[in-house]
Write a protein that binds this ligand. Structure first.
Ligand SMILES: *Cc1c(COP(=O)(O)O)cnc(C)c1O
Length: 411
């Protein structure tokens, strides 16, 4: 497959860390922190030079002027998640964005007060929704619905999610789930869950931390109300990189929607009249949720990274992702003995680039053993290895090497 791999050329555009054995690591952790694109260093230097040479004038005169820096992501950001330009803005970080979105879109009224999330959601999401409920005078004991898999199962069945929405939808103000579950790697049925929730009067927001850059999305056509994600996992924009928000066009046009406001969300026509205009006028679109001027050094790596996603295209990335994960699954299935259980769904449409393995014996020491072999992979307590094959830089050989090492060290 490698010879005809259309994404082959991208691997050499990344920097690989060394494993503890001193050799280039077998890096299978792109779902946690994507590798550094080689182009990032130059991109950052460009901004450092602009600061040195032009200082404040760089806002207008740099090669990439700083003033409209967030706008450089308008089109590629939209293409990445199936949005129309204006629905996506890069700003803040993920959890901050979830809060800003909930300020506008979690509106408990009357008996419709609840938030629905999934069990074992990423802790930050759980903390965020619970604190929003409390902020509105509610109590998470009553106002939080946590969807659980059936007894003895690891993943949520879509039919159960839909059934809960039909049954309890009237009391739910907001559905806010992880589009791809960070622990199991399950990809949810965005379209059906969104439609069913909305037909029951709920607002729907998706956390796309593990979805953006991993699977093709159609946020606009699925009529998703809002979404947020981080750019340091599959999107390789560096540790703590600036995050992203999606606000559906129909909400973005409503400049009267309540929100926490800051000058960068103001209509640019009047933004620089500064204190002469004391009333905030939201800019249309997701841009109207920005608070502060863009952090250039934290956004610069995203420029280099998104350029590669643009060049490769999400369809090709998804195609390779399926080839890699199918191959890994077949190797794992062929391994003799009961060493682990694969908890990621088998159906291709229900998984992305991550395969999660529940290790039956000695999970923690296994991580150390793999580390000593130069394999960088993610372990989540109590016993799950998360293996990610990032299509831009991982290959079929990586899948084979991993399977061979795992077979040897668990024998
Ligand atoms: C990675 C991740 C986060 C991290 O939040 P930050 O605000 O970027 O630190 C939050 N939620 C989910 C679902 C994640 O996967």
């Amino acid at each position: 497959m490698t010879d005809e791999d259309p994404l082959k050329k991208f691997r050499e555009r990344f920097l690989f860390p060394k494993g503890v054995n001193g050799k280039p690591a077998l890096y299978l952790c792109g779902n946690s922190l994507g590798l550094q694109p080689k182009a990032v260093r130059e991109q950052l230097h460009e901004e450092l030079d602009a600061w040195a040479d032009l200082a404040v004038k760089a806002h207008h005169r740099a090669d990439s002027p700083w003033l409209p820096y967030h706008e450089y992501f308008r089109e590629p950001g939209a293409r990445l998640v199936g949005a129309v330009p204006g629905e996506v803005v890069m700003m803040n970080s993920l959890t901050v964005n979830l809060h800003l979105m909930m300020v506008s879109f979690y509106k408990p009224v009357g008996t419709r007060r609840k938030i629905l999330i999934e069990q074992s959601a990423f802790p930050s999401d759980t903390y965020a929704v619970k604190s929003q409920i409390r902020h509105h005078g509610g109590d998470p004991v009553n106002d939080l619905i946590v969807l659980k898999p059936r007894e003895g199962e690891h993943i949520l069945r879509t039919e159960d999610v839909l059934e809960t929405l039909e049954r309890e939808g009237e009391s739910i103000a907001l559905v806010m789930m992880g589009g791809v579950h960070y622990f199991t790697g399950q990809v949810h049925d965005f379209k059906r869950i969104t439609a069913t929730a909305q037909s029951n009067g709920c607002i729907v927001g998706w956390d796309l931390a593990h979805a953006a850059g991993n699977i093709p999305l159609q946020l606009h056509n699925w009529n998703v109300d809002f979404a947020a994600w981080c750019n340091y996992k599959y999107l390789n924009a560096g540790p703590g990189a600036v995050g992203a928000c999606f606000v559906h066009e129909r909400h973005g046009k409503d400049i009267t929607l309540s929100r926490f406001a800051g000058w960068w969300g103001n209509d640019p026509e009047t933004r620089f009249q500064m204190h002469l205009i004391e009333e905030f006028t939201a800019r249309e679109g997701a841009d109207g949720w920005q608070l502060s001027n863009p952090p250039i050094f934290s956004l610069a790596p995203l420029k280099s990274s998104l350029a590669m996603f643009e060049e490769a295209g999400m369809e090709a990335i998804r195609k390779k992702s399926l080839l890699l994960t199918d191959h890994l699954l077949s190797l794992l299935d062929a391994m003799p003995g009961e060493r682990f259980e694969i908890i990621t769904p088998r159906e291709p449409e229900a998984r992305g680039s991550q395969i999660s393995l529940r290790i039956r014996r000695g999970a923690e020491s296994l991580t150390q053993t793999l580390d000593a072999e130069g394999v960088i992979v993610d372990f989540r307590a109590p016993d799950v290895l998360r293996v990610a094959l990032a299509p831009l830089y991982n290959t079929i050989e990586d899948a084979q090497r991993f399977a061979a090492i795992l077979e040897r060290v668990t024998a």
